[in-house]
Design a protein around this ligand. Structure first.
Ligand code: C2E
Ligand code: CA
Ligand code: CA
Length: 630
């Protein structure tokens, strides 16, 4: 069909209407795979009109691009729609190749063209009424995502205008599908923030939120028990069953807990094999404790994991709201202490109820055990530094300071072994202060060695971050070392957000006004990534190693990393990819637009002497390029 110039205006007007329709629909906040179906149907009708063709269909590729699934097909009679048909690259190799190679595939006679000959004979063509087709590829941000296909029952030489129209329509569809994809990834990140992906039960953040709400609605006199439960010998069992077997055990345990402690009880997993349960109750405390003991005993039924019967036992501690704790955080803490002191005092496995005396007792025994204080006094701690590089150029732009304990008997101890203890005893604040002072002095030293703009990131525990003295202490160190606040980056983890939100926001604002940067460590790991972006004026996010690790083999990870980088870009935040171990991960992060990187691929954390040697050998005009980058 030849379309005269006079009709051009009408066609363009129609195209504009389609565009308006698509954009309004795509901006709807409830956009989802379901809500999009009628929109796509309506679009097919409009496209069939503007393209003056008999059949219109919209198809999307699967992840590997080995099949196309129909999102909607408007059939030749012009009123019936179907969806869900699938065609496979295996059966139609020429067609799949053709649509992926050209932007517009315009074919006057489908029965003779090599790209469509197979397609024409394919069952999907019901009777072969179609004579000519024009396909336009739908290009999404991740690459080609699908095709929009317009077919005619007459042989037709597609005009230039037909091609332009088809391409424009495909571009508009890209907009919708890209948005849909983004919404889905965002939802995924959101789910990550609120559920424990492994077991599907609540994580610490949502557990805290739900129980806080529940307690708020308690009637006078109502009480609740916090139970902190761990598997005995989980680490050993993990060694025997391997990571997959251990995960299975955790899933089974989570399921059992959910069934054994039904609503209104709440169940959550904090980390590893640590679970928490909150059980509201009305009756006598002794009865409730006896009931909990019975239920925990029932968890001991054998579990079937990779063909084996595994018998697990559990230990727990309990605390009571409101006697022992008036909020969730303290409730969990008290239950944990009850668990610990139960283990330590008599080495008897089993439940224990919190007693305020445990607090002092535990503090003392732990302190004497590890002698952290002595380590600090005798200057046994040291910092290792891990370079951070510019993602585009590979040039070193800063370092993360990571603490180590050079123990006289035990050798080099990594932070994983003592930070938690330091946190629970309060020693983390003096340790953190020591780190800040060292780092400030180190920055001065590097400036003098010619490295002018390098930053040092220090890790701060939540408790220290909110400590009233922190701003003064920072000020003191920065002045003494004669450096600028902007050369210090303060890394905090997501769980700082579990503290008082307003206090955290005030603290971040103040530090920012003073010139420091605040960075969120382990971003996306699972507790409250979103809460941060929504509430706090931070400068940088460090994308957690687990997602970087998945790059290149797990499509979800790529999606999540892209979303995080995209969100950060929109909010004007810097992104650091952590734990980069391969060139492939670097390339992908570069492609996604990540700002900075850190990881073994560039360098492990090393003693300061090694960094100094690097600066001597590879520093040029205030810049440092790692030897691995040449
Ligand atoms: P983090 O802040 O997430 O630090 C990064 C950790 O990942 C470091 O472990 C580092 O050695 C390791 N890492 C870096 N690149 C790679 C990589 O490419 N692959 C792999 N597999 N790992 C990589 P490290 O030094 O054992 O520190 C563990 C955690 O201890 C730190 O995690 C941080 O949360 C805490 N920490 C370290 N120093 C301090 C400190 O001075 N104060 C406080 N409060 N916490 C600290
Ligand atoms: Ca860190
Ligand atoms: Ca980290």
């Amino acid at each position: 069909m030849n379309r005269s110039h006079e009709k051009l205006d009408i066609i363009l007007e129609e195209l504009q209407k389609i565009q308006e329709f698509i954009f309004t629909q795509a901006k709807r906040s409830d956009l989802s795979r379901q809500s999009i179906a009628p929109i796509i149907e309506e679009l097919c009708i409009r496209i069939s009109r503007i393209m003056a063709c008999d059949r219109v269909s919209i198809w999307l590729f699967n992840e590997e691009r080995t099949s196309l699934t129909a999102q909607s097909i408007l059939h030749t009679n012009g009123s019936s729609h179907t969806a869900g048909e699938v065609i496979y690259a295996e059966e139609l190799p020429s067609y799949f190749e053709a649509v992926q190679q050209v932007r517009i595939l315009a074919i006057a006679d489908v029965s003779t063209d090599p790209a469509t000959r197979e397609l024409y004979q394919h069952a999907y063509y019901d009777g072969g009424e179609v004579k000519s087709i024009i396909d336009a590829s739908i290009i999404l941000s991740k690459g080609i995502g699908g095709v929009v296909c317009c077919e005619s029952t007459r042989p037709r030489n597609w005009s230039y205008l037909d091609r332009v129209l088809a391409a424009s329509i495909a571009d508009m569809l890209s907009f919708v599908f890209d948005r849909l994809e983004r919404i889905e990834v965002e939802e995924h990140v959101h789910r990550l923030a609120y559920t424990d992906l492994l077991t599907g039960i609540d994580n610490q953040y949502s557990f805290t939120e739900k129980v806080t709400k529940q307690i708020g609605e308690f009637e006078n006199g109502q009480r609740g028990a916090f139970v902190y439960l761990v598997m005995d010998q989980f680490t050993e069992v993990q060694g025997v069953l391997g990571p997959d077997g251990a995960e299975k055990l955790l899933q089974i345990t989570a399921n059992r807990l959910k069934t054994q402690f039904p609503h209104p009880a709440q169940t959550g997993r904090l980390a590893f094999d640590h679970f928490v349960i909150f059980i509201p109750f009305d009756g006598e405390l002794e009865c409730e404790m006896a009931r909990i003991e019975r239920v925990v005993n029932r968890l001991k039924r054998p579990m079937h994991v990779s063909g084996q019967e595994v018998y697990m036992t559990f230990s727990y501690g309990a605390s009571i709201y409101p006697e022992h704790a008036t909020n969730v955080k303290y409730g969990i803490q008290a239950a944990y202490m009850a668990l610990q002191s139960g283990k330590e005092a008599s080495n008897r496995k089993g439940g224990n109820l919190y007693d305020p005396e445990m607090h002092t007792y535990l503090k003392e025994t732990m302190l004497s055990e590890m002698n952290l204080r002595r380590g600090l006094d005798l200057n046994e701690f040291k910092l290792h530094y891990q370079p951070q590089v510019n993602c585009r150029t590979g040039e070193v732009i800063g370092f993360e300071a990571l603490i180590r304990w050079q123990h006289p008997e035990r050798g080099l101890i990594f932070p994983g072994e003592f930070i938690e203890l330091a946190e629970s005893t309060g020693l983390i604040t003096p340790i953190g202060e020591w780190v800040i002072k060292q780092a400030a002095g180190q920055i001065r030293d590097w400036i003098e060695q010619g490295l002018r703009n390098a930053t040092v990131s220090v890790n701060l525990s939540p408790r220290h971050f909110l400590h009233h003295n922190l701003p003064f202490y920072l000020e003191k160190c920065v002045t003494e070392a004669n450096i600028k606040p902007k050369s210090i980056v303060l890394e905090i983890t997501e769980n700082v957000a579990l503290e008082d939100t307003e206090a955290v926001a005030n603290r971040i604002n103040l530090l920012r006004e003073m010139g420091y940067s605040v960075s969120i460590d382990d971003f996306g790991k699972g507790y409250s990534a979103f809460i941060y972006l929504q509430h706090f004026p931070i400068q940088q996010i460090k994308i957690d190693r687990q997602f970087i690790n998945g790059l290149g083999n797990d499509p979800k990870s790529s999606g999540i990393v892209q979303t995080i980088i995209h969100l950060a870009e929109m909010l004007g935040l810097q992104t650091i990819g952590e734990g980069v171990e391969t060139k492939q991960q670097w390339d992908l992060l570069k492609q996604f637009g990540c700002s900075e990187l850190q990881g073994y691929y560039f360098s492990r954390p090393v003693p300061v002497e090694e960094i100094n040697a690097l600066i001597r050998n590879h520093g040029r005009a205030g810049k440092l390029l790692l030897p691995s980058m040449y």
